[in-house]
Design a protein around this ligand. Structure first.
Ligand SMILES: Cc1cc2nc3c(=O)[nH]c(=O)nc-3n(C[C@H](O)[C@H](O)[C@H](O)COP(=O)(O)O)c2cc1C
Length: 201
């Protein structure tokens, strides 16, 4: 077993991730929950973009997006993704690799409802990742949707969550002279037990 202590201590990597995220909420100037989400396209060409991590569940990470976006296409065809979150203020990162599935049930409805009305209407108006002729065209779409959907729009069928079930989670913290601390937690898909290893920086 590795010599984990302090910020790395504990038997549940999701609890450690939650604790680090809570610390970052107090130290980051904004978007402490931003993650760089990485996917691969049909040619194996990697892709990355920021999204907001909305939930750390008992055993998974959840974010929300448009199901017709480029990332959704890549997530749906590969069934796998990775992300990294980096906090400059804490000098720490968490890396996650895993299998993805959609969250398009009551949980997605509840999250959609929790968003501001303008964001809810924006989700309807944006054909995310597809060409747009002008900003004016987008605002016209928003006006059209606002008139159509009113003040209590349903969650669009093309918008919802993705859940990442990790097989690997790495916790990294800055150390003096680039001698950083790294602990990687690995397990097989569907297994409960993690194997934890300290890695060279
Ligand atoms: C800090 C930050 C947070 C973002 N959060 C989200 C998000 O939660 N969901 C989302 O769909 N796009 C989010 N975006 C926009 C994405 O980075 C991206 O532009 C968009 O999802 C389209 O990506 P795609 O064409 O690869 O699908 C965010 C961008 C930034 C910079």
């Amino acid at each position: 077993m590795s010599d984990r202590s302090g910020i790395f201590a504990g038997d549940d990597p999701f609890a450690i991730a939650r604790a680090w995220l809570a610390e970052a909420e107090n130290s980051e100037i904004n978007d402490h929950n931003a993650i760089a989400l990485s996917t691969v396209d049909a040619d194996g060409l990697p892709n990355a973009r920021m999204v907001l991590l909305k939930e750390i569940e008992a055993a998974a990470f959840v974010f929300y997006t448009n199901y017709e976006s480029a990332k959704a296409r890549e997530l749906d065809s590969a069934g796998k993704a990775a992300f990294v979150m980096h906090w400059k203020s804490l000098r720490r990162q968490i890396r996650v690799r895993g299998h993805v599935s959609k969250e398009e049930g009551p949980q997605a409805d509840a999250y959609y409802k929790s968003r501001s009305l303008k964001s809810r209407l924006g989700a309807w108006a944006s054909r995310q990742s597809r060409p747009l002729s002008s900003r004016t065209a987008l605002m016209a779409e928003v006006a059209k949707i606002t008139a159509l959907k009113g003040t209590n729009p349903d969650r669009p069928p093309f918008w919802g969550g993705y859940r990442i079930d990790p097989v690997e989670i790495e916790f990294w913290a800055d150390g003096d002279f680039r001698l950083h601390d790294r602990f990687v937690w690995r397990r097989q898909l569907g297994q409960q037990e993690w194997v934890v290893e300290r890695l060279n920086p």
